[in-house]
Design a binder for this molecule. Structure first.
Ligand SMILES: NC(=O)c1ccc[n+]([C@@H]2O[C@H](COP(=O)([O-])OP(=O)(O)OC[C@H]3O[C@@H](n4cnc5c(N)ncnc54)[C@H](O)[C@@H]3O)[C@@H](O)[C@H]2O)c1
Ligand SMILES: O=c1ccn([C@@H]2O[C@H](COP(=O)(O)OP(=O)(O)O[C@H]3O[C@H](CO)[C@H](O)[C@H](O)[C@H]3O)[C@@H](O)[C@H]2O)c(=O)[nH]1
Length: 332
């Protein structure tokens, strides 16, 4: 029997997927990337990692890839991720996040792929009633993006129960930062994520920054988020893989640090890292923003023994800013 030790990384040319590919590579685990380059970049995938350009929801292509490579695990990052866009084009989000995942799960079952690690999101919780929010909290997503991801979680849970697929769904909180060695980072063209936007402002790529609301019931009036370094998140995927390979049970796991920072604290950290003030304007609240979102992380630390290496806002921001400067030099 062929040893199925390879990992198929869908969306491996994107921001988080490319960091996961590096984490796998650093751990000596062979990976294959499948990405349609809709938002990803070919250059984000190391030259020695096999790359297939195509749709992660294409049954014929999936059958071919799973036949050609001894894949034992799929890490499924491919998807559409912009919340306001999901409100405008819900069907596109259900197609790319839910239907494509259905095709991928079917292909896995057909090919005998035993393990599946899914990129889920804190957006499945909607506006949580208690903080920190743990995995048992009610899931009440408030936008099509969150619902498209939650539907996939449910589909995977049912496939696990019926067909024995071993599934870990990781619910990421606010992902930020870049590979500390400068090998990867976030390249999104029209970025909306706070730390990315603030770093773009710090290098002069945009004139300044809007703060969406300063009248929330938080310590300084701005929203609190649990920012998690992308390399710690990538490590969580390797930890999930090891857990499943070792015969561990699947399930749903939050990935964050268990504490949060306000928008003002993020701005101050970027100003510290840049050594110059940012041009900041207070704007109105952005629709759908929960005042505070902080992960309960007892389950992931206990079950996987996952220990973050970069749990520090200044470190997250410093790596994000270094990447932004690098982008400015190389891409212009
Ligand atoms: N960035 C965040 O803060 C965040 C938070 C929670 C969850 N997530 C989830 O993490 C995953 C990765 O997000 P990201 O921030 O790296 O986004 P990204 O846009 O950088 O990466 C997504 C990648 O998937 C590819 N892709 C999209 N649809 C595809 C398809 N049908 N077939 C093949 N490739 C396809 C894109 O080209 C891109 O390379 C997503 O599933 C997202 O929902 C992200
Ligand atoms: O220019 C900006 C951008 C953001 N913010 C504020 O900064 C905080 C963080 O906003 P992000 O857009 O960076 O992230 P979100 O918390 O909105 O959402 C992200 O994290 C969620 C889970 O926590 C989901 O996973 C979602 O997909 C992902 O985009 C929010 O209070 C937002 O209002 C600003 O003030 N100005």
């Amino acid at each position: 029997m062929v040893e199925r030790g390879h990992v198929l990384v869908t969306g491996g040319a994107g921001y988080i997927g490319s960091h996961a590919v590096l984490a796998l590579r650093d751990a000596g685990i062979p990976a294959v990337v499948l990405d349609d380059l809709s938002t990803g970049r070919r250059a984000a995938v190391p030259a020695d990692v096999p790359f297939v350009e195509g749709d992660a929801g294409d049954p014929a292509l999936l059958a071919e890839v799973l036949e050609r490579h001894p894949i034992g695990t799929v890490m499924h990052f491919a998807g559409s991720i912009v919340v306001p866009e999901s409100v405008e084009k819900p069907l596109a989000y259900y197609a790319n996040n839910t239907l494509a995942s259905h095709a991928l799960v079917e292909a896995c079952l057909r090919a005998g792929v035993g393990r599946f690690v899914f990129s889920s999101t804190a957006a499945v919780y909607g506006i949580p009633g208690t903080l920190p929010v743990d995995e048992e909290a009610p899931t009440r997503p408030i936008n099509p993006y969150g619902r498209s991801k939650l539907m996939t979680e449910w589909m995977l849970r049912d496939a696990a129960a019926a067909h024995g697929l071993k599934v870990v769904a990781l619910r990421y909180f606010n992902v930020a930062g870049a590979d500390p060695a400068g090998r990867a980072g976030q390249c999104s063209r029209a970025a909306t994520h706070l730390i990315k936007v603030a770093c773009e402002a710090a290098v002069g790529r945009r004139p300044g920054l809007l703060v969406f609301g300063d009248d929330y019931p938080t310590r300084d009036g701005t929203c609190v988020r649990d920012y998690v370094h992308v390399s710690d998140l990538a490590d969580a995927h390797v930890a999930a893989l090891r857990h499943l390979e070792g015969g561990g049970e699947g399930g749903v796991f939050n990935v964050g640090y268990g504490h949060g920072s306000t928008v003002r604290e993020v701005v101050a950290a970027v100003e510290r890292a840049a050594g110059a003030p940012l041009s900041v304007r207070i704007d109105g609240r952005r629709a759908g923003d929960p005042p505070e979102l902080v992960a309960g992380i007892a389950r992931i630390t206990r079950t996987f023994g996952w220990r973050p290496r970069f749990d520090d806002l200044d470190t997250i921001v410093a790596t994000a800013l270094a990447w932004e400067r690098r982008l400015l030099e190389t891409v212009g």
